[in-house]
Design a binder for this molecule. Structure first.
Ligand code: ADP
Ligand code: GLC
Length: 502
C-alpha cells in the first residue's frame, strides 16, 4: 500500500509542536509494519538544508501563479524515509516559522501557501506529477493540509482514499472569502455544505467534510469535539461524521525520548538505575541559575505559551508555587503579553524561577530529565506528548483532566478509585486554585520519598510506544484500501482492489 503522508511539520526538518513529533514517528512506525510511506512537507529553507540524499524530482516553470517551483526528492535525515519537499521560492523560502514571521505574525499569504502545498499533494497522489508514482491513500494532517481531500473529492476519475487527522480543532485555517478565486478550487466547494464556515474559507472544515475517514489523537478528545464546549463551532459537522471519526491515542518515540539513551543529557538513567536523574537535576539547577537545592521539588513547564496551555493561569500561580516550596524551570514561547507575565514572576524570584523564552529542543530534554514534576495544564488537549515523555523520564505529570491528558495520566492520591497504577496528578477545573491544590498534593507526595519512588517507577514503566497506535492506523488504511485479492476475476470486479494490486 502506497501512502502519501502530508504534514506542515515533520521533526527534525520543521517543528513548532507535537504535530512534528507525530509526523515523524507515525510514518516510521507504519513503514516498520510494511506500509510504503512517502512524506510531503513544504520546502522551508531549514528543512531543505537538513534533508538527506536530495535531488530534483520535477521542475515547473510556474505553478498556480507562484512562479518557478521544484519538487525535491530526499530522505529524512534520521529515519531515511522518502520525503518530497515543495520548493517554491516565492512562498516558502523565507526566514521565520512555518506559519509566522520572526515577530510571531501570521504570514499574510498563508492561504495561498498551503493551497499550493495541497494542490501539489493532490496531483502527486493522483500520479500527475511523477511518472511512476501515485498513492493508494493520502493521510493529511491539520488545517494546512485540509484542502487536499477537497481537491481530490471534487476531481474527476479514480482517486486515492483519504484520511484526515485532527491534531487541534482550535487552529482552523480561516481566510476571507475574497481569496477564494486565488486558491484554484471549484466554485462548488464554497458553500456551507462544503468548506465555507460562516462566510469564510475554512481549510480545517474542508478536511473534515471531504475526507473518507477522520481521526483525532485521543479517544477522549474524539468524544469531546462532538460537544459545543470543545467543538469550536464544528461540532454539528463532526456529529454528522461521527461514524467515520475515531480517536487513536498518540505514542511517544522512545528512540528519541528515553533517558537511557538520550544524547542531550549530562547523565543517562533508567527505571532500574535512576542515579543519573539526580545528576541531571543538579546540572539543570546550575545551568539555569537555580539554588543548588536537592530537596526542593523542581517543577518544569515546557510549552507553547498560549491560552490552550493555561499559560495565563500558570504565570499568575508562580509566586504561590514558590511560596509552597517549589522551584520552577519554564521553557516556552508564544503570546507576547503572556511571556511578559512569566518574565515578571521570574524577575521577582531569580533563584527559584528560571525562565527561557524561546524554542530549544535539547533544553526540553534536559528539563524532562532534571525535573521532578511536569506541569501540563490545558483548557483543552487533543493528546499532549510532553506528559508521555515526562513519565518515561520519571518526572511526574500534573495535568488537567481533559482530552488525551485524561487518557494517559492516572491520579496518585490516596483517595483515588483508580485500579490502574498511579502515574501522576490530575485536576478538574481550568482555574489556578484547583491547579495549585493539585500541585500541593504532588509536593506532599514528593516529601515521602518511598511513596514518590513507587509512583515514579510506575510512570517510567508505562509503554506509550507507537506500535499499537500504528497498528490501528494500519487497520484503518486497510479498511479503505482493500488488499490485493487472489483471483483475477475478483480483481476485475473490484476497481479499488485492482488499483491496490498494481
Ligand atoms: P502541542 O503540540 O499542543 O504544542 P504536545 O505536548 O503535543 O503539545 O507537543 C509539544 C512538543 O513541542 C513536545 O515535543 C515539546 O517538548 C515541544 N516543545 C514545546 N515547546 C517547546 C519549547 N519552547 N522548546 C522546545 N520544545 C518545545
Ligand atoms: C496538537 C495538540 C496536542 C497533540 C499534538 C500532536 O498540537 O495540541 O495535544 O499532542 O497536536 O497530535
Amino acid at each position: 500500500m502506497r501512502v502519501l503522508f502530508v504534514s506542515s511539520e515533520i521533526y527534525p526538518l520543521a517543528k513548532t509542536g507535537g504535530l512534528a513529533d507525530v509526523s515523524a514517528a507515525l510514518p516510521k512506525a507504519l513503514a516498520a509494519l510494511g506500509v510504503d510511506m512517502h512524506l510531503l512537507l513544504p520546502g522551508y529553507p531549514k528543512a531543505i538544508e537538513s534533508a538527506a540524499s536530495k535531488s530534483v524530482a520535477v521542475d515547473f516553470a510556474d505553478f498556480m501563479g507562484a512562479g518557478p517551483m521544484r519538487l525535491i526528492s530526499a530522505r529524512t535525515p534520521d529515519t531515511g524515509l522518502p520525503i518530497w519537499l515543495v520548493d517554491c521560492a516565492s512562498l516558502f523560502r523565507r526566514s521565520g516559522g512555518p506559519y509566522q514571521d520572526e515577530e510571531g505574525r501570521d504570514w499574510l499569504d498563508n492561504a495561498q501557501r498551503f493551497a499550493l502545498f495541497s494542490h501539489v499533494a493532490a496531483r502527486l497522489s493522483l500520479g500527475q506529477l511523477l511518472e511512476n508514482w501515485h498513492a493508494d491513500l493520502v493521510h493529511t494532517n491539520d488545517w494546512p493540509a485540509g484542502l487536499v481531500p477537497a481537491i481530490l473529492a471534487e476531481g474527476q476519475g479514480q482517486r486515492p482514499a483519504t484520511v484526515f487527522t485532527i491534531h487541534n480543532l482550535a487552529y482552523q485555517g480561516l481566510f476571507p472569502a475574497d481569496l477564494y478565486p486565488q486558491l484554484g478550487l471549484p466554485d462548488a466547494t464554497f458553500n456551507p455544505d462544503g468548506l465555507e464556515f460562516y462566510g469564510k474559507i475554512s481549510f480545517l472544515k474542508a478536511g473534515i467534510h471531504y475526507s473518507d475517514r477522520l481521526t483525532t489523537v485521543s479517544p477522549t478528545y474524539a468524544r469531546e469535539i462532538l460537544t459545543a464546549e470543545y467543538g469550536c463551532g464544528l461540532e454539528g459537522l463532526l456529529q454528522r461524521r461521527a461514524q467515520d471519526l475515531i480517536g487513536i491515542l498518540n505514542g511517544a518515540d522512545y528512540e528519541i525520548w528515553d533517558p537511557t539513551t538520550d544524547i542531550h543529557l549530562p547523565a543517562n538513567f533508567s527505571l532500574r538505575n535512576i542515579a543519573g536523574k539526580r545528576a541531571c537535576k543538579t546540572a539543570l539547577q546550575k545551568e539555569l541559575g537555580l539554588e543548588a537545592d536537592w530537596e526542593a521539588a523542581l517543577v518544569v513547564y515546557i510549552s507553547r505559551i498560549t491560552d490552550q496551555k493555561m499559560a495565563d493561569v500558570v504565570a499568575a500561580a508562580l509566586p504561590e508555587l514558590v511560596e509552597i516550596g517549589a522551584q520552577c524551570a519554564l521553557l516556552g514561547n508564544g503570546a507576547r503579553h503572556l511571556e511578559e507575565q512569566f518574565e515578571l514572576a521570574a524577575c521577582r524570584y531569580p533563584r527559584r524561577i528560571a525562565l527561557r523564552i524561546g524554542y530549544e529542543e535539547p533544553l526540553a530534554h534536559r528539563l524532562l530529565a532534571g525535573g521532578d514534576i511536569l506541569l501540563h495544564p490545558a483548557r483543552f488537549e487533543p493528546c499532549g506528548l510532553t506528559q508521555l515523555y515526562a513519565m518515561r523520564y520519571g518526572t511526574l505529570p500534573v495535568v488537567r483532566s481533559t482530552g488525551g491528558l485524561c487518557d494517559t495520566v492516572v491520579e496518585a492520591s490516596d483517595g483515588s478509585l483508580n485500579r490502574r497504577p498511579a502515574t501522576g496528578f490530575t485536576f478538574e477545573s481550568a482555574n489556578g486554585a484547583d491547579m495549585l491544590r493539585c500541585l500541593e498534593r504532588a509536593l506532599a507526595l514528593y516529601r515521602q520519598p518511598l511513596a514518590w519512588r513507587k509512583v515514579q517507577r510506575q510512570a517510567m514503566a508505562q509503554d506509550f510506544g507507537w506500535e499499537d497506535p500504528a497498528r490501528r492506523y494500519l487497520a484503518l488504511y486497510q479498511s479503505l484500501v482493500p488488499q490485493p485479492v487472489a483471483t483475477a476475476k475478483a480483481v476485475a470486479n473490484d476497481p479499488i482492489s485492482e488499483s491496490a494490486a498494481q
